[in-house]
Design a protein. Structure first.
Length: 177
């Protein structure tokens, strides 16, 4: 029986196959890292938007609480974030400062870049003892006494000032002037 020298028959095929498998594994790893980074960015953006929404919601609730303390609509004259029926309210996506809005005074909100702000616009009186309390044709409620309607606009930011949420709400209550 003749002995074959095994070293002469090896051509490096195992090395080539091993390198190809290593290259494929590297490509899969790089692709996975890219996907993970993109998902982290998306999660950060969702978190920022949620922070901004909750900040705006807090300001909106503070605006409603402010309306509950109002005894006269005389202060709604277009200054300090309080607008009357004939005042022009600024663009909700424009500048929000102490001249055209009210700053949120509630508990400190963690993680937001800028404290939320709100504006209140007086709509006017709705309803009477025989009429309907109907803001924008919403519902057919009957009022026992006229109610004063307000339009609240609130703005909140997330972890950066690039993430902004603006929300609006109608609010009404009876005020005796």
């Amino acid at each position: 029986m003749r002995q074959v020298n095994l070293k002469q028959r090896q051509n490096g095929a195992v090395l080539a196959v091993g390198l190809i498998i290593l290259l494929v594994m590297t490509l899969i790893g790089v692709s996975t890292i890219g996907t993970t980074v993109m998902q982290e960015h998306m999660n950060g953006n969702v978190r920022d938007r949620q922070l901004a929404f909750h900040a705006a919601e807090s300001a909106l609730r503070e605006g409603e609480a402010f309306i509950e303390t109002v005894v006269s609509t005389a202060a709604f004259n277009g200054t300090n974030g309080l607008y009357g029926t004939s005042d022009t309210e600024p663009d909700p996506y424009g500048t929000w400062d102490s001249n055209n809005s009210r700053e949120y005074q509630g508990t400190q909100l963690e993680g937001v870049a800028t404290d939320p702000r709100y504006r209140i616009r007086l709509i006017g009186e709705f309803g009477e003892s025989s009429g309907s309390l109907n803001i924008g044709r919403y519902g057919e409620l009957r009022a026992e006494a006229p109610a004063t309607g307000f339009y609240i606009t609130a703005r909140g930011t997330g972890g950066s000032d690039n993430s902004v949420v603006v929300i609006r709400s109608y609010y009404g209550r009876r005020i005796s002037n």
